[in-house]
Ligand binder design. Sequence first.
Ligand code: MSP
Length: 630
Amino acid sequence: MTGGTFYLTTPIYYVNATPHLGHAYTTIVGDAMVRWRRLVGDRVWFLTGTDEHGDKIAQAAAAAGIAPDAYADRISAAFRETWARLGITHDDFIRTTEPRHAAVVQKILQALWDAGDIYLGKYGGQYCYGCERFYTEKEIVDGKCPDHQTPLTYIEEENYFFKMSRYQSWLLETIEQQPGLIRPERYRNEILGFLREPLQDLSISRPRTRLEWGIPLPFDDKYVTYVWFDALINYVSALGGPGEVQFDTFWPHVQHLIGKDILKPHAVYWPCMLKAAGLPIFTRLNVHGYWRIGGGKMSKSVGNVVEALALTEKYGNDAFRYFVMREMVFGLDADFSEEAFVGRLNADLANDLGNLAARASTLLVSFAGGVVPAAPASAELAGDLAAAFGTMLQDVHAAMDEFAFQRALAAIWEFVGAVNRYVDASQPWALAKRPAERARLEAVLYNLAQALHGLGIVLAPFVPDAAGKIRSALGETGEPRLTGTPWGELLGGARVEKIAALFPRVEDRKPSAAAALPAATGGARITIDEFARIDLRVAQVLAVEAVPKSKKLLKLRVSLGTEERTVLAGIAEHYAPADLVGKKVVVVANLQPARLMGIESQGMVLAGSTEAGLGVLTLDRDLPPGAKVK
Ligand code: MSP
């Protein structure tokens, strides 16, 4: 896989509406994919851009009261700005109104005309302006466009046609012989089904009397090119076209990334066009599903648009990237909701990853002076984290080969969970108290440092900002690289800094359950002796983690000086685990132990709460753990 060449394209987006969640999803997963391929050492080219010709754009410009070119400039710029804000690392951004594009479109049209693949014919049919296409009787639903549910218009006109029917059996055979050409499988099957019916020739022109806004046909300037015939060629024109070095380098490795809405033009028209032009077809077409909102279809033509911008600004680019990649199974539809987003942000990012980074780096700073210990001498001390890391890496490679972003992230989070469990099981804070266990402690800390180093690399394609923070806490600057396994790359002696709050928790503003309790001031009075029966102690928080399946509970490991306890606290909706590590709090030390969610709690953390929030009691000056509170 390393040292390969990879050319990835997104659809070029129509400029009749500003960027939204759907466009952002495709572009983000494309970005994660190319970051991954750069990470493993491939030579990469990533293309995106805007589709600016056709009825749809001309109509939108007219509605906005400006010329189509000025309109296209404005919206195309909005796409570029959005991608810059989202940290998208495309290598080129093509606009179909650029001369470099028009030149290649005209060249290909001329070649097809010369080869007899284009003819002038008459066509009459039901046309949808929204879709920019004619509909066959079979496709029409209740006399309306099946996509827009708007009435169709009967249009009859003389047009140029591409002899697509000529390529039907070739295309069918090609797709049958290459099982991986269109993926996931369901979309391949859809196209194979479609190709079992006779394939019609494709109308590839529009008379200028009806539409001016397009690229003129080189052999008849009374016509402009049909927008799909124009648009698809962007993937070739952006590389300069056949004969250019860029084209020769990247075209043999091209993979397209699209949503399921534009499967047919990509899986049928496009390979036929390429074949007719004598060019190799794409190596793979990767098709993803649609985001729905509240169970309904989400698209700019139907309304109900989510501004990608607003969501990323509210929660940060990394959280947005993580959510959309983790939530959608590539190829299937998924539901978007802010609630699910915040749920994942708090659970996976703030708790699991953020907590791990904070506790591992804090342990390295507290018990190894912020210096990575030397590699453990014995395999027994090395533990099995290295193996878990290796498995994760293999899984991520396999998942990314299939554009299965959700599986790649699940594998990484499996490892994050394993490291969190490793910290709990190895208890470095306890080892630190026993000089005889120094070698074991150093082995644990070494492993934690390797885990952080590995995560800083493998997370880079998915959550680049957070991954960068992890790497910079380890003193790693420059571009991350994944060659072989990173495990063991971080050498003993390297410096480590604390990583605080990688992902701040998003607080739930609902009133806490505690607020429903009666105010303490109204209760019966107690004597000083009764109060003295409560053994309150200062406790230092050593480690904190979420309790699986509980929204409220955090599990704290605390030191009371002479002993350590596990204490459960119902504060998960108010604190991220990382916020508490290292803090000195007050616990009720002589409380009857209680089991909650299968965990024994050996005490209680004191906290004050009102409707507005909750605050854990801490000290305003330093006292040793175990100090009595009276
Ligand atoms: N201009 C054509 C594509 C030409 S490519 C040669 C076009 N543009 S579009 O602006 O409508 O973008 C469609 C693409 O945006 C989809 O294929 C998909 O990548 C993305 N999405 C738009 N809405 C979407 C969802 N609701 N969900 C997921 N992605 C969707 O079609």
